[in-house]
Design a protein around this ligand. Structure first.
Ligand code: ZN
Length: 445
């Protein structure tokens, strides 16, 4: 049997194209997405060229429908189920010698992850002609070294860190536009990275993008905001003779501004845990605290004993009514919780994502209401790394404060905010008493 007429015609065309293409053979096909006809006996040559061009690992799999050739970068050690599925779906539906070449391209990402993208080229022989078709690139997202989709467990080592990242994402979303109470509540409850197995994210060198069910980006969280929660990171508490003053139960229209004046004169930054009722009554004073460069936290809306409340009621004291009140005053979500009386339980912390801030030095100002007693108590019990509890609604505290600061300074103490003292890596589910003293919140009594 002689060479068919159509094939002879093709040889002439191929010769012409080889000259035009500068001898690159198949180069002229690379950017074409239409079916192109080449010689049947050159199927193997075309595939060999695809393999060699990649400087990669080649894995050939025979399937019922045809051959799948994976061209994988060196850092990807296996092909994922999703890639297999897509490669088999790309198989030509007609012809013989059906072949799919799936070429994976990757870009390095933090935490030994990669961003991957696949180009499928399919071959088949029909009517003694080789049909070659190059598909559009298909995005396979952030993957592990084994080619499997990256999971939250690749980002963080525990569930508390996952929740901390979600909370930062909620912060980012909150700032995007004016939120109503309902929309804020929605932001606080949307799943985002729902569990350690979740894969709905993309990691690049600048941000973590959390995607929704339609693979659309819900929120881009700058990596700089979450670095401390990622694998291999730890808190960096301030070393040396540092101490954190904290003030609860404000803001108060009279005593809080007096406290602010004393702190400003002494160039001391402190942390204020505010109640929702005070925030509603004295929003301007609250903003004054913020303007003074102090750190802010919440102390619930109504100052209840949280473990005695029902879950929805406790939630309203932290996330619901409280978060919205805080948001209305400061335009952002709160980041620290000090529970009234220090009373907390895991039944509460599993429903909210704020670190619990306790104290190690209790001024007992609410009990003594006496400036000398407050001064003596702090002097006797303060130590480097301690968090000191005071109340900015107590006139005796205002009276005692200048001497307290003076004395601590004379002993060589430096003052700092709570998160700086603890090293800016605070986790939900934990309670912090001072530097080096953090505990997982238990079920409570
Ligand atoms: Zn209190």
């Amino acid at each position: 049997m002689g060479i068919p007429k159509s094939f002879r015609r093709w040889l002439l065309l191929a010769a012409a194209l080889l000259i035009v293409g500068g001898g690159t053979g198949y180069g002229y096909l690379n950017h074409q997405r239409q079916v192109a006809a080449v010689a049947p006996h050159q199927l193997a040559a075309a595939i060999t060229q695809a393999k060699h061009a990649s400087h990669s690992r080649v894995v050939t799999k025979q399937t019922k429908a045809g051959t799948v050739i994976y061209i994988l970068p060196k850092n990807i050690t296996a092909q994922s189920a999703a890639l297999k599925h897509a490669a088999e779906a790309a198989m030509p539906t007609s012809g013989s010698h059906k072949t799919v070449v799936a070429k994976l391209a990757t870009a390095a990402r933090p935490l030994a992850l990669s961003e991957s993208e696949v180009t499928f080229t399919t071959y088949s022989i029909r009517h003694q002609q080789l049909r070659r078709h190059q598909s559009a690139r298909q995005d396979f997202g952030t993957v592990q070294a084994n080619g499997q989709p990256a999971t939250v467990a690749d980002l963080v080592s525990d569930d508390y860190s996952r929740r901390a990242i979600n909370y930062v994402a909620r912060q980012v979303l909150t700032k995007a536009k004016q939120q109503s109470a309902d929309s804020l509540n929605l932001l606080l409850t949307m799943p985002l990275l729902a569990n350690m197995q979740a894969t709905n994210f993309r990691l690049d060198s600048k941000a973590l993008a959390i995607t929704n069910r339609q693979h659309k980006v819900q929120v881009r969280v700058p990596l700089t905001d979450i670095t401390t929660y990622l694998h291999g990171q730890q808190a960096h508490p301030l070393p040396g003779k540092v101490i954190a003053l904290t003030f609860d139960d404000g803001p108060n229209g009279t005593t809080t501004p007096q406290i602010l004046k004393i702190l400003a004169a002494a160039k001391v930054k402190a942390t204020f845990f505010m109640v929702g009722t005070g925030l509603s009554t004295f929003p301007a004073v609250a903003r004054q605290v913020q303007a003074g460069g102090h750190e802010l936290g919440i102390h619930t809306y109504d100052h209840p004993f949280l473990p005695k409340l029902s879950t929805p009621a406790a939630n309203d004291e932290i996330n619901g009514k409280m978060a919205f009140t805080y948001y209305q005053v400061f335009g952002e979500l709160p980041t620290l919780l000090r529970p009234p009386y220090g009373a907390i339980a895991s039944t509460i912390t599993q429903h909210e994502d704020l670190p619990t801030i306790q104290w190690a030095t209790d001024s007992q100002d609410w009990r003594s209401r006496n400036a000398r007693a407050i001064y003596n108590r702090i002097n006797a019990t303060a130590y480097p790394g301690s968090i000191i509890l005071m109340h900015d609604i107590q006139p005796a505290t205002v009276q005692a404060l200048p001497r307290v600061i003076q004395s601590l300074k004379a002993q060589g103490y430096q003052f700092t905010t709570v998160s700086q003292l603890l090293g800016n890596r605070l986790l939900p589910g934990y309670e912090y008493f001072g530097r080096g003293d953090e505990r997982l919140v238990t079920t409570g009594k």
